[in-house]
Design a protein around this ligand. Structure first.
Ligand code: PAF
Length: 275
C-alpha cells in the first residue's frame, strides 16, 4: 500500500494502477461505514484509492473543523488491512494553495435542508470532490448513503460537468440499535448516545405510516413524537432523491430525511425509498 500526500505523487501512481480504479473519498476517522465502501470498491475494482482530507471549505465558521476527529495512523492501518492500494492524504496547502479561488457551486440543490443550515457546505463538498476526481481520475466513485443530500449534489455535479466517473451509493452501516455509523458519534455523551437512535426510529415511523396510507403531515407529526427529549430536530421530511424537493406521497426514488442535534452534535439519517 502506498501513502502519498502531494498531487504530483498521487497523479503518477494513479496513472499506472490497474483499471477499473475505485475511489472512496473520506475525511478520515474511519469507521465500519467507510470500510463498507472500501469492501464494495474491492469487490468491483482492480485497484482502490482512498483519500483522507478534512476539508476546511465544507465547514462553517462556527463548526467543528478544529475538533473534527483525526487519526491518520489508525486510518492507514485499517485501510492496509482492507486491501487499499493507495491512500492520498494531502495537507490543506496541497488542495488549496495560496492563490486558489475557483469553486464549484451546485446551485439550488445545495441550498435546502443541510444547505439552508450550512450555507457554504455543499459548495465546499462539490469543490473538493471535483478536485479529488480530477487528481485520482477513478472509474467508480463510492459514496455513503448516510449523507443523502451530499450524494444528490455529487451525482448532479458529475452529470452537469460531464465528469467521466460512475457513482455508486452504498447503504448506511448501522449500530445494532439502529444508529447510523458516523465519525461524529464519538462526540456523543452516554445519555446522548442512548437518545440518538430515536432519529432512525422516527424515520422508520414515517415510512410505516405513509406506506399505511396516512398523510405526510400526520406521519411527520407522529414521528416527531417518537424523538427522545434530548433530540432537537432540525428537519424531518420526504424528498425526491434527485432534486431534494419535498414530496407529499412516498413515491420512489425518494429519501425520508432527518437531522437532529443531540447536545452539540448534529446527526443526519435517512431511509432510501427505492424504485
Ligand atoms: O462525506 C465526506 O466525508 C466528505 O463530505 C467528502 C465526500 C469526503 C468530501 O470532503
Amino acid at each position: 500500500m502506498h501513502t502519498v500526500s502531494t498531487v504530483a505523487q498521487a497523479r503518477a501512481l494513479f496513472e499506472v494502477l490497474p483499471r477499473p480504479l475505485g475511489f472512496v473519498p473520506t475525511m478520515g476517522a474511519l469507521h465500519d461505514g467507510h470500510l463498507a465502501l472500501v469492501t464494495r470498491a474491492r469487490d468491483e475494482s482492480s485497484a482502490i484509492a482512498v483519500s483522507i482530507f478534512v476539508n476546511p471549505a465544507q465547514f462553517g465558521p462556527s463548526e467543528d473543523f478544529d475538533r473534527y476527529p483525526r487519526d491518520l495512523e489508525g486510518d492507514c492501518a485499517k485501510l492496509h488491512r482492507a486491501g487499499v492500494d493507495v491512500i492520498f492524504a494531502p495537507d490543506v496547502a496541497a488542495i488549496y494553495p495560496e492563490e486558489f479561488s475557483t469553486t464549484v457551486d451546485p446551485g439550488a440543490l445545495g441550498t435546502s435542508f443541510e444547505g439552508a443550515l450550512r450555507p457554504t457546505h455543499f459548495r465546499g463538498v462539490a469543490t473538493v470532490v471535483t478536485k479529488l476526481l480530477n487528481i485520482v481520475r477513478p472509474d467508480v466513485l463510492y459514496l455513503g448513503q448516510k449523507d443523502a443530500q451530499q450524494t444528490a449534489v455529487i451525482r448532479r455535479v458529475v452529470r452537469d460537468l460531464d465528469l467521466p466517473v460512475r457513482v455508486t451509493i452504498v447503504p448506511t452501516e448501522r449500530e445494532p440499535d439502529g444508529l447510523a455509523r458516523s465519525s461524529r458519534n464519538v462526540y456523543l455523551s452516554s445519555q446522548e448516545r442512548e437518545a440518538a437512535p430515536s432519529l432512525h426510529r422516527a424515520l422508520q415511523a414515517v415510512r410505516l405510516a405513509m406506506a399505511g396510507g396516512r398523510t405526510k403531515g400526520d406521519a411527520l407529526a407522529a414521528a416527531r413524537g417518537l424523538l427522545h427529549p434530548l433530540a432537537h430536530l432540525d428537519y424531518l421530511d420526504v424528498v425526491d432523491s434527485d432534486t431534494f424537493e419535498p414530496i407529499d406521497i412516498l413515491r420512489p426514488p425518494a429519501f425520508i430525511i432527518g437531522a437532529a442535534r443531540f447536545g452539540a452534535t448534529r446527526l443526519l439519517d435517512n431511509i432510501w425509498i427505492d424504485a
